[in-house]
Write a protein that binds this ligand. Structure first.
Ligand code: B1M
Length: 210
């Protein structure tokens, strides 16, 4: 357990090399990949968030922590997906317009890909019309929207409104998630589903289509 605390501390310290070697050491010991992710890496980012809010960490330091986390997720990737790889459908994924957070979204992509979905990741700061164009171009089954800021949650509703206006709403299921999002918000904006984490986003996507 103290080793996972070391991972948490080194995420806060933003030392990517150290985080990667600590994570590799845990993998070699046989520690569960989900535990490394949740109790080591994400715990670190939660503390980074608190420090950011209280003014004890600034954006450049937060970015270093984010990069350290992303580097470690790369080596966890092969160990996190455990589902069969049948062709499950096409998902358009992105962080909504105005929002630059992508670590959670990238985890969602990873879990969806390992569940066999073809994921078209539009990245961050994605405008509603880009989601609409991507649904059309790829004949998508699901649109998955991520938001990390309370100020960008309304953009989820605007994106859904644009999908409605484009006449494509009946073709796709819409899934929303991200730290400030909740089931009641998802209901309010008439999304088809809400998932609290990357694993449940992938499971919910499967159940939406089958
Ligand atoms: Co930002 N930031 N940030 N930030 N940042 C938060 C979100 C914040 C909570 C920090 C805080 O103040 N405590 C706060 C938001 C407050 C609020 O709105 N309530 C905040 C703020 C204020 C800001 C800025 C406005 C700061 C400023 O400039 N003054 C600014 C906004 C920029 C913008 O987006 N326009 C900003 C900038 C940044 C950085 C660029 C420096 C960096 C992002 C780097 C990057 O993503 N590449 C950053 C970071 C790293 C954070 C924190 C510290 C960590 C986020 C993270 O990656 N967590 C964050 C505090 C926190 O979350 N504790 C914070 C780890 C990640 C695995 O979790 O993304 O929640 P998360 O994903 C989870 C679930 O939410 C879920 O699955 C994942 C787990 O499995 N999930 C989904 C996510 N998307 C999903 C989609 C789904 C389903 C589940 O279906 C589609």
């Amino acid at each position: 357990m103290s080793d996972l605390n070391n991972i948490t501390e080194s995420v806060i310290g933003g030392d990517a090399g150290q985080v990667v070697s600590l994570v590799q050491a845990e993998i070699d010991k046989g520690t569960n990949a989900g535990a490394i992710l949740n109790d080591g890496l994400i715990s670190g980012m939660d503390i980074v968030g608190e420090k950011m809010q209280s003014g004890d960490m600034f954006i450049p330091e937060v970015l270093m922590s984010a990069q350290a986390m992303a580097a470690a997720v790369e080596i966890l990737k092969p160990l996190l997906g455990d589902e069969d790889n049948a062709d499950s459908g096409t998902i358009i994924l992105g962080t909504v317009k105005g929002d630059l957070h992508d670590i959670g979204k990238n985890l969602v992509r990873m879990m969806m890909e390992s569940a066999g979905f073809n994921v078209i990741d539009l990245g961050v700061d994605v405008a509603p019309e880009k989601f609409v164009a991507a649904i059309q171009e790829n004949n998508a089954n699901i649109v998955a929207l991520s938001a990390l800021l309370t100020t960008t949650m309304p953009m989820m509703k605007q994106t859904i409104d644009s999908i409605n206006e484009s006449g494509l709403r009946d073709q796709v299921k819409i899934l929303v998630g991200g730290a400030p999002v909740s089931q009641s918000f998802a209901d309010e904006i008439k999304a088809d589903g809400y998932a609290p984490d990357a694993g449940s986003a992938s499971k919910l996507s499967k159940s939406m289509l089958h």
